[in-house]
Design a protein around this ligand. Structure first.
Ligand SMILES: NC(=O)c1ccc[n+]([C@@H]2O[C@H](COP(=O)([O-])OP(=O)(O)OC[C@H]3O[C@@H](n4cnc5c(N)ncnc54)[C@H](O)[C@@H]3O)[C@@H](O)[C@H]2O)c1
Length: 246
């Protein structure tokens, strides 16, 4: 299908895999990635990169003007943030501290929740009938855990996804979310740099003793953004190998 997708956080990791899946599966024929990074981790001529900070409305407006075209697909994927070592070695600033510094808490919510509102507020009013929004949440937003601000922000993103699906349904614009499990992108490399410890953790906690790949996550996003999901809205797909069944 022809058309444009805008994917935030599309320069690497899960976001880049989503860009590629949307193209490879024919959901769109070109993608604009909005990202803080200056270049794509793996260049692709069908993907243009627009440097922007999704927590900053002016920055998003500049990037959108640079694209100069209304997308058919919008993927609010940028997220993560300053999640330090899993042992909380950076002390009170740590994302694993239940009493973390207020600024650190706000930053986490800004990046993992408010940014989706900012980007959708800028681009959403232009979307036409048949357009699709997909938000990258997390299993951390579905079950309580030690990532306090991050989990709460992703839970808010899931709730907001459903409310937005309801709001935009009369315009035939679908809004869904994906909830990835554990994928060894830069996010997890920062949280657990030790490969052996990571592998042991995966074997311990994953029912199928395997983590997920960026492509596993991207396939679910591409499905939700495709015509095959034309009657799916307000849905959250977990891609977690059964982790949340525990
Ligand atoms: N990796 C996992 O295990 C996992 C699990 C569940 C959910 N997620 C979610 O998946 C999404 C992608 O994460 P990832 O694992 O690919 O991480 P990543 O760190 O590899 O990629 C995140 C991308 O977002 C960009 N980004 C970060 N802050 C930004 C900002 N303010 N403005 C614009 N771009 C920004 C980064 O430059 C990067 O390209 C995130 O929303 C994350 O919360 C990841």
């Amino acid at each position: 299908m022809t058309g444009l997708a805008i994917v935030t956080g599309g320069a690497r990791g899960i976001g880049l895999a989503i860009c590629n899946a949307l193209l490879d599966q024919g959901v769109v024929d070109r993608v604009a990635a909005f990202d803080l990074q200056d270049e794509l981790t793996e260049p692709n001529p069908a993907i243009t990169l627009h440097r922007c900070d999704v927590t900053d409305e002016d920055s998003v407006r500049v990037a959108y003007a640079e694209v100069g075209e209304v997308p058919r697909v919008l993927v609010n994927n940028a997220g993560g943030g300053r999640i330090e070592m899993i042992d909380g070695s950076e002390g009170t600033q740590s994302a694993f501290d239940p009493f973390s510094d207020v600024d650190a808490f706000r930053d986490m919510v800004d990046l993992n929740f408010t940014s989706a509102h900012i980007v959708t507020r800028v681009i959403g009013p232009d979307l036409a009938e048949g357009a699709v929004i997909c938000n990258t949440a997390s299993i951390a937003g579905l079950m309580p855990g030690r990532l306090y601000a991050y989990g709460a922000a992703k839970a808010a993103l899931i709730h907001w996804t459903r409310s937005m699906a309801q709001a935009l349904a009369p315009q035939k614009i679908r809004v869904n979310a994906i909830a990835p499990g554990i994928i060894r992108t830069k996010l997890w490399e920062a949280m657990q740099p030790d490969d052996n410890a990571y592998d042991t953790m995966i074997k311990d906690i994953m029912p199928m003793q395997q983590d997920q790949s960026p492509e596993d996550i991207a396939n679910a996003a591409a499905f939700l953004c495709s015509e095959r999901a034309s009657q799916v809205t307000g849905e959250v797909i977990r891609i977690d190998g059964g982790l949340t069944l525990r």
